[in-house]
Design a protein around this ligand. Structure first.
Ligand SMILES: Cc1cc2nc3c(=O)[nH]c(=O)nc-3n(C[C@H](O)[C@H](O)[C@H](O)COP(=O)(O)OP(=O)(O)OC[C@H]3O[C@@H](n4cnc5c(N)ncnc54)[C@H](O)[C@@H]3O)c2cc1C
Ligand code: FES
Ligand code: FES
Length: 485
């Protein structure tokens, strides 16, 4: 066996990124895909960067969608939203129109990963990855959303619209062809006679892949259910629509007996798998419980009861603007303002922003730490154009032309910031490894909410792990810094 064969999958060298193309329009992006067979689109990079790092293969070209003009726009009509193909989860979380008119989608987006992840991760990327555990899919399917797939035929952009319910062909596979892009997502609003909710069971509160997730929409005439749609995730190879749900609910008045019968019918209908997160039996049992509780919340008019007031976004970044370089290889020096100074450095194509800051720059920015290199721990948090992001998941080329702020920007010479002083005073530091990430996320949180509530601190720092201090002193330090500034 070769040495490579003996390595664990996370130790094996993955596919190298040799070139990043940065088109400024959908038309140019479609042209880049067509003209570079095998090129991969990248939006937030939160799935793709890890996929490439874990999968050995030939060097790849990326077509970066983060600078496509209009990709992050949200249009609204009387009965629907049209999301650009680059809309991020935090754009949905931060826009109160979605809580009012498409509650299941807002609830799903809030549960995805962490604030830093949601600042980059897109709905289109969530759909295209096509994992049955991807949370926004059950919300979109329950709302009967559709995607617009575009491709170039000659010089003309040709579109087709596909219902989200028809988008998936199997585990991690879709009808999207290699030369097609999701350029828009149509999301119908809940009508006056409809109610919806989205629920998830994970093994922890944040950064948790779903054991089960579900979006549901009920239509009622007076008190009687006339239609019912349930999409269930993590219980089959794709997110699935439930027939049993509709059959059990239509014609009832959503009373306790109907809720109990429906929850049992759905649990009996699914054939989930055993995996590292849960056994099939456990999945079946909790699915019944989850659906029963979701229906009870709808019946009681409490579907939005757990929606937090002012969930911190940690500075939502709207991608866009003109990229400085349209094509970046490792020989192309990119230009980035790092902690207020303009830095011009090469080596950006094949690396992440984290590694570029730490290894390619002279002098290096070593205040940024690598904990997991998988978007899980938050140690690498930096602010990119104001928004907190996991720099280990950002292809460095995407930072060309942006403003990056690291932990090294917080102090004024020898004078610590109020947040840094509070961490010292409240004994919020032991080994210190996680602290740069907490400080950058914490400073973004304090920009969002000058005097954050306990709930805002919990939500805002959900993407940062500490293995030794414990979270109480860290939360206290953020609270104290908020009061003192
Ligand atoms: C630590 C961590 C936690 C996570 N937690 C969750 C979670 O709780 N719930 C959840 O659902 N997901 C979670 N994810 C997965 C991931 O963040 C989401 O799937 C995210 O929405 C992907 O979007 P992206 O823009 O980053 O996609 P990218 O990584 O840029 O792309 C993903 C795939 O989509 C393709 N693609 C991107 N945009 C388009 C487009 N416009 N048209 C066609 N193809 C496109 C890419 O080629 C690639 O194959 C987590 C990931 C990490 C690393
Ligand atoms: S989240 Fe980036 S190093 Fe852990
Ligand atoms: S202080 Fe040691 S990991 Fe947080």
């Amino acid at each position: 066996m070769s040495v490579i064969g003996e390595l664990h999958e996370v130790q094996r060298p993955g596919a190298r990124i040799e070139r990043v193309l940065r088109p400024a329009s959908w038309l140019a992006a479609l042209g880049a895909l067509r003209d570079n067979p095998g090129a991969r689109p990248v939006a937030g990079g939160t799935d793709l960067v890890l996929d490439l790092a874990r999968t050995p293969g030939p060097a790849v070209t990326l077509v970066d969608l983060s600078a496509v003009a209009g990709a992050h726009e949200i249009a609204e009509t009387d009965d629907a939203f049209v999301l650009g193909g680059g809309v991020t989860h935090n754009q949905i979380v931060g826009d109160p129109r979605f809580v009012r008119h498409a509650l299941p989608l807002a609830q799903a987006c809030l549960e995805i990963g962490s604030p830093q992840l949601r600042n980059r991760a897109t709905l289109a990327g969530n759909l295209a990855t096509a994992s049955p555990a991807n949370d926004s899919i059950s919300a979109l399917m329950a709302l009967d959303a559709s995607v617009v797939l575009s491709r170039l035929v000659g010089d003309t952009e040709v579109e087709r619209e596909v219902a989200v319910a028809d988008f998936f062909t199997g585990f991690r596979s879709t009808v999207c062809e290699p030369d097609e892009l999701i350029t828009a997502i149509g999301v119908p609003k809940l009508a006056a006679d409809q109610d919806g909710i989205w629920v998830k069971l994970g093994l922890r509160k944040a950064q948790a892949i779903s054991v089960v997730h579900a979006g549901l929409v009920i239509t009622r005439d007076g008190g009687t259910v006339t239609d019912a749609r349930l999409a269930l995730g993590s219980v089959a190879a794709t997110v699935v629509l439930s027939d049993a749900f509709r059959e059990a609910l239509v014609g009832t008045t959503l009373d306790a007996a109907a809720i109990s019968t429906t929850a049992a019918a759905v649990a009996a209908e699914i054939e989930p798998i055993d995996d590292v997160r849960a056994t099939a039996d456990y999945r079946r049992a909790v699915t019944g419980t989850l659906i029963g509780r979701a229906l009870a919340a709808v019946a009681g008019g409490d579907a939005a009861a757990h929606w937090p007031d002012d969930s911190p976004l940690l500075g939502t970044r709207l991608p866009g603007g003109s990229p400085l370089h349209r094509e970046i290889t490792d020989g192309t020096p990119i230009e980035v303002h790092v902690d207020g100074r303009l830095v011009v450095g090469a080596g950006a194509a094949g690396t992440t922003l984290l590694d570029w800051l730490r290894d390619e720059l002279s002098p290096p920015v070593r205040g940024v730490k690598e904990g997991c290199a998988e978007g899980e721990c938050g140690a690498c948090t930096v602010r990119m154009d104001g928004a907190a992001v996991m720099s280990c998941l950002v292809p460095a080329a995407q930072a060309d032309g942006s403003d990056v702020r690291t932990v090294e920007d917080l102090a004024d010479g020898e004078r610590l910031s109020a947040l840094q002083s509070a961490f010292v005073d409240e004994f919020a530091v032991q080994c210190g490894f996680c602290i740069p990430g907490f400080l950058v996320a914490g400073s973004a949180l304090l920009d969002d909410a000058a005097s954050p509530t306990d709930q805002q601190i919990e939500l805002g720092l959900a993407g940062n792990l500490c293995r030794c201090t414990g979270y109480y002193p860290i939360a206290t330090a953020v609270r104290v810094a908020g009061r003192s500034s």
